[in-house]
Design a protein around this ligand. Sequence first.
Ligand code: NAD
Length: 360
Amino acid sequence: MKYKITVLKGDGIGPEVVDQAIAVLNAVGEKNGFGFDYHEELMGGCAIDACGEPLPQATLQMAKSSDAVLLGAVGGPKWEGLPGGKTPESGLLGIRAGLELYANLRPAVIYQALRDASPLKSEIIGDNIDILVFRELTGGIYFGERGRTGAGTAGEAAYDTERYSVGEVERIARLAFEAAGRRSGLVTSVDKANVLESSKLWREVVIKVSKEYPDIRLNHMYVDNAAMQLIRNPRQFDIIVTSNLFGDILSDEASMITGSIGMLPSASLGSGTLGLYEPIHGSAPDIAGQDKANPIATILSTAMMLRYSLGQAASAELIENAVKRVLEKGFRTGDIVSAGGQAVGTREMGRLIVEEVKNS
Ligand code: NAD
């Protein structure tokens, strides 16, 4: 069995971290009896340089016909100042829209070996923190009507519109409830239903969908309280499901309590099994090409790919456990070495994780 994977290495540290993630994927495939056909395509700054646009049609077509897409990162100083639709980052928005990926999943997990890297006190972290944020990705205020009135007058004003349809809320709520069945069975829906009409609809629809999942517990929380509770008592959360705007803010907050941007994977999913998997960090031009980048976020993104797109949950766990063991043995890239341990480069960290996969 072979899975077709579109590989978008992108810019900056993208190629370095993706190379290590592919080495880990290959090791897992060899061990568990499946393989991969990788199709490397251009997106971001490298695509602008090669063909004048951040998301060439060939890239989107290849992605559409794949089982999953693996992305490094895009952007960098070379392409700053380009007009809106021509930036490397607009390629990212374009591929998410083109593949109809409406849910962004971001786990925030604290690894025992890296507890000291978290800005939270040990008694707040407790045994563990393991939160999965489901952010709606293609609706809400980022896509609603916007504009200005009275330009150039004393009364000049600007507006953005938060709009959600029943169908848009239903589909992300369903994804969250399905995932909760595979975890601890608790969904917290975050809204601002005491003020916003769009949030009132959000809450009504989430409650309606929850009736299809009688074994899952559902909590509702206002976004201002959720921002506070993530710091005060993050262990009360398992799955958080929320709108595009609230999810943008809360998923950054949740990820920062884990300590390092170099550790955090993400998945973007739609209605089928096709998904886009990428680290949450950017192209880190300050350390690109120096063998300093932490490849773990991208390696953990491949674990999400195995779990959500390829139906290989056991192989996903194999990768996650290999990462844990390498950290427990004390190996660290520069971004997490403040938590103590032995400093290694990008390639060595990848090699150590491949070895753990092979030996497990
Ligand atoms: P960044 O995430 O690239 O870097 C922020 C800081 O974190 C830097 O000091 C960097 O060295 C460090 N860092 C990031 N990833 C790391 C890793 N894996 N290992 C070790 N250290 C790491 O954010 P930025 O500097 O704001 O953005 C740089 C470029 O990336 C910009 O062009 C931005 O638009 C782009 N960007 C792309 C994406 C994406 O492709 N999804 C996301 C965010 C930013």
